[in-house]
Design a protein around this ligand. Structure first.
Ligand code: GLA
Length: 389
């Protein structure tokens, strides 16, 4: 992997500001092939880390101050270790939320300087927030020699999101960012945290991300609502099946019997999750067997479930999926991540990508008044320290 210019810029800025060599960590964004909104329901997910990452340059201070610089937001914030607190809607939450978790677990964190930059587009459903949390957790763990294993750093990162950013996210994004492996997707069982690397062999096809450029502002509140609705569904089924703990244990028959007539909206949410759980397992087998067409068809079904039953899509995402549905060069497409904006993920024949993007860009603009941004996602390794001078 070549060193990104953004990594160099982060490092350089730190040296300019503090006149010393920092420790630099890199943590990538992610894609998810299939298995959306399943992680917090103890289901499976199939994500991969991508070649766009967040970079953190960090160094110790002699006092207890924390100085944070974001190059992306052209912003500076300073506080002390004792005074850290969540600030609504601010990027500092993803850094200070991690500091708070280390402290909560009894790890000694002193003052430090940190410069942050990234190339994961913000609010695009590619988990830029998890990437910041993971890059920060990894860097602080090294800087203060805390000895926390990678397996635990992901939960520190996730809790930062819960407690500082107030999004009750699952574990997929942090896991993918930390544990990603070049040219592989990770099949993660979010109940047991067992995982398997599956080679991503797409033979002549590539992963194309189409960014609606709709920033998903609704997503945090609606995300938390979806999570509660899933819990309500589980509570209803438990009236007849005391042994079920999550939608992982629940069948469509159970939903028909205990939820359908009581709460049709909760029923739709749960039905999507239960169907998606099966779809992922079958889709992963498709991938292993090289049946990429079959996997692609399931991606379209996932989109329809997310749009009609789970209701986390939006007009712009639906437009982009519908626009490629009948295109023989596109095996599969769907909205990706939490929803309400961000990107669609598409499996597209390599030699058809340019033409597809050229045709879609103007039609998307006419339909929505927004610009379309396209990226080809390459699959890369997860979080690491960079050797950089
Ligand atoms: C966001 C969350 C993840 C996951 C996805 C939906 O990215 O952070 O935990 O729930 O949405 O699959």
């Amino acid at each position: 992997m070549n060193l990104s210019p953004i990594a160099e810029r982060t490092n350089r800025k730190y040296r300019e500001l503090y006149d010393e060599k920092p420790l630099v960590s890199r943590s990538p964004g992610r894609v998810n092939i299939i298995g959306e909104h399943t992680d917090y329901n103890e289901g499976f997910v199939l994500p991969a880390a991508i070649d766009k990452a967040v970079y953190v340059a960090i160094g110790k201070r002699k006092d207890d101050r924390i100085e944070l610089h974001s190059l992306e937001f052209d912003d500076f914030y300073s506080t002390t270790v004792a005074d850290i607190a969540p600030r609504e809607g601010q990027w500092t939450n993803y850094v200070l939320g991690v500091v708070a978790q280390f402290i909560k677990r009894g790890h000694p964190i002193g003052g430090f300087n940190l410069v942050l930059d990234g190339e994961v587009p913000f609010g695009a459903g590619l988990s830029s927030s998890a990437a910041v949390e993971c890059a920060t957790a990894f860097a602080l763990n090294e800087l203060f020699q805390l000895g926390v294993p990678r397996e635990d750093l992901i939960f520190i990162a996730q809790k930062a999101e819960h407690e500082y950013a107030k999004v009750m996210c699952g574990i997929m994004d942090q896991f993918a960012s930390m544990f990603g492996k070049k040219d592989h997707v990770v099949k993660l069982d979010c109940k047991t945290m067992e995982y398997e690397y599956v080679p991503l062999r797409l033979d002549g096809y590539k992963i194309l991300l189409l960014n609606t450029n709709v920033k998903h502002s609704l997503s945090s509140s609606e995300y938390n609502v979806r999570r509660e609705q899933c819990e309500q569904g589980v509570a209803l089924v438990r009236k007849g099946h005391a042994d079920v703990n999550s939608l992982r244990d629940i069948t469509l028959d159970m939903l028909d019997r205990y939820v359908a007539t009581v709460d049709p909206v909760v029923y739709n949410r749960c039905r999507y999750v239960v169907e998606e759980k099966q779809r992922l397992l079958a889709g992963c087998d498709d991938l292993k067997a090289g049946h990429v067409e079959a996997l692609g068809r399931k991606m379209f079904q996932t989109h329809d479930g997310l749009s009609n039953l789970y209701e986390v899509s939006c007009r712009e995402l639906d437009f982009l999926v519908d626009a490629v549905r009948e295109d023989p060069a596109v095996l599969g497409a769907r909205m990706m991540g939490g929803g309400f904006g961000g990107c669609t993920i598409n499996i597209v024949r390599e030699d058809a990508i340019d033409q597809l993007v050229s045709a879609l860009t103007p039609s998307y603009h006419v339909a929505t008044g927004l610009e379309l941004t396209a990226y080809i996602a390459a699959i890369e390794d997860g979080t690491s320290l960079l050797d950089i001078d």
